[in-house]
Design a protein around this ligand. Structure first.
Ligand code: B1M
Length: 231
């Protein structure tokens, strides 16, 4: 961030714009500063996340797609995004809500995108779920091992590439062959997915974003426990 102005003088809209610019430029410290400034104005962590950070990352995504940004710059932006998310994570998690379920979540084999998956994990924690985050590049063995160790009600999978999304079906087929498919709720998400894909691979739900993931998890857990569909 340039030294010739004070972020405290910016309107909220200008502050978000500045955060987006800093994210785009991969300026970690400045992104953190922007997040802290927005929080100090009483903006909720959720809104700082979605209106500040995620909105900024959308621009990075568009320019990556259009060949304006390349992998090194996008990686720097991703790291700046993570620095901002690190400030928000404890705040999103500290709702004091009782644990309402357990989830394991990971990005599938061949895929190293983890920002969206981490965001889902953060929001689920904030909603009262215990979340075991398996990280990136998880094959079916890793999902199975984590399932056997933690016995979660929900398995969440993330994929950001059209080439890696089919791997979700391999994990689901493995759950079937191990005889545990009916015991666990499978939720999937990631930018290239949609409802039809989730249905085709026999996942229980496609989640467009982190907020939908939370709502869907609550709903499906309630149904699984025979508590009806109201959440
Ligand atoms: Co990559 N990349 N990338 N990338 N990258 C995309 C995905 C791409 C769409 C960019 C583009 O061309 N416009 C494109 C994929 C094209 C395609 O498959 N059709 C692409 C490509 C091609 C690649 C490489 C192949 C580039 C190369 O090497 N030539 C390479 C692949 C590496 C690999 O995985 N093997 C690559 C690498 C990278 C970086 C390492 C530089 C970096 C990742 C850093 C990181 O994650 N730590 C990166 C990034 C940052 C992106 C973009 C720009 C942004 C992704 C992101 O973080 N979005 C992305 C463009 C885009 O998506 N518009 C792109 C923000 C995040 C909050 O959103 O992840 O969608 P998202 O998550 C959302 C929802 O999707 C949903 O909720 C989240 C929060 O609301 N959701 C879930 C996600 N997971 C969920 C799981 C759930 C539920 C909901 O479980 C229940």
């Amino acid at each position: 961030m340039a030294d010739d102005f004070n972020i405290k003088d910016l309107s909220l809209e200008e502050l978000y714009q500045q955060m987006g610019d800093d994210l785009y430029d991969g300026y970690q410290e400045e992104v953190v500063e922007g997040v802290e400034e927005a929080l100090s104005r009483g903006i909720t962590p959720y809104h700082v996340l979605t209106d500040g950070l995620v909105a900024g990352m959308d621009i990075v995504g568009q320019d990556f797609r259009d060949g304006i940004l390349f992998v090194p710059e996008v990686l720097m932006a991703a790291n700046a995004m993570k620095a901002g998310m690190a400030v928000l994570r404890p705040l999103l998690a500290e709702t004091g809500a009782p644990i309402i379920g357990k989830m394991i979540i990971g990005t599938v084999k061949g895929d190293i995108h983890d920002i969206g998956k981490n965001l889902v994990a953060m929001m689920m924690e904030g909603a009262g779920f215990e979340v075991i985050n398996l990280g990136i590049n998880n094959d079916a063995d890793k999902f199975m091992a984590a399932y056997n160790e933690h016995k979660p009600e929900i398995i969440g999978m993330s994929a950001l590439l059209t080439t890696t999304m089919p791997y979700m079906k391999i994990v689901i087929d493995r759950l079937k062959s191990e005889g545990i498919r009916k015991d666990v709720i499978v939720m999937v998400g990631g930018a290239p997915l949609n409802e039809a894909f989730a249905e085709a691979i026999e996942a229980d739900a496609y989640c467009r974003d982190a907020a939908v993931a939370v709502q869907t998890a609550k709903k499906l857990i309630a149904i699984k426990r025979g508590e009806g569909t109201r959440v």
